[in-house]
Design a protein around this ligand. Structure first.
Ligand code: TQI
Ligand code: CA
Ligand code: ZN
Ligand code: ZN
Length: 172
């Protein structure tokens, strides 16, 4: 079953059109257009299940959600830990910060199961999971759910499960 954060915070009803900015990208070698594409597809999966809309903006000051790659300590008291361990984190509504560990061997756009490196992590799968957190979902006890707290490296999981859809539809 799906879960919420304590107090079940959500984006309020008058904020259904959320803007996101991909801001800190200097710490990753993934190109900008690939990042735009991966995050747009990840947001679209949640948009399809709700009345929420997501639009990329180039202006950080306009953005409700900011996405960036960071290495080690990066100013929020939750330092990243190098390859594997913590891959990414996102804060609950309406904080909007979504950080990815720049030290991961991210696979974007390719087939992670065929990556030549054992620590390969599928960016799209992590993005869909973290957006769930940004919108107010905690962890699910259903192993097939996007919001389940573990994923095997080298796998891809991007389709919302019935449990994820029920969770997000109970919030929005
Ligand atoms: N990052 C954890 C996560 O997003 C951070 C975290 C731990 C967390 N407990 C939390 C965030 C409670 C919100 C609420 O779950 S992670 C996966 C998964 C991580 C893990 O790097 O461990 C994914 C990030 F589910 F696959 F294991 C993305 Cl998809
Ligand atoms: Ca890490
Ligand atoms: Zn952070
Ligand atoms: Zn999580």
């Amino acid at each position: 079953l799906y879960a919420y954060f304590p107090g079940a915070p959500t984006w309020p009803p008058f904020r259904r059109d959320l803007k996101y900015a991909i801001t800190a990208t200097s710490a990753t070698s993934i190109d900008r257009s690939t990042l735009s594409d991966v995050f747009a597809r990840a947001f679209s999966r949640w948009a399809a299940a709700t009345n929420l809309r997501f639009t990329e903006t180039a202006s950080e000051s306009d953005a409700d959600i900011t996405i960036g790659f960071h290495a080690g300590s990066h100013g929020d008291g939750e330092p990243f830990d190098g390859p594997l361990g913590t891959l990414a984190h996102a804060f609950s509504p309406t904080d909007g910060r979504f950080h990815l560990d720049a030290a991961e061997a991210w696979v974007a756009g390719g087939d992670v199961s065929r990556a030549s490196w054992p620590g390969a992590v599928d960016l799209a799968s992590v993005a869909v999971h973290e957006i769930g957190h940004l919108l107010g979902l905690g962890h699910s006890s259903v192993p097939e759910a996007i919001m389940y707290p573990t994923i095997r490296t080298g796998t891809r999981k991007v389709e919302l499960e019935a449990d994820d859809v029920q969770g997000i539809q109970s919030l929005y």
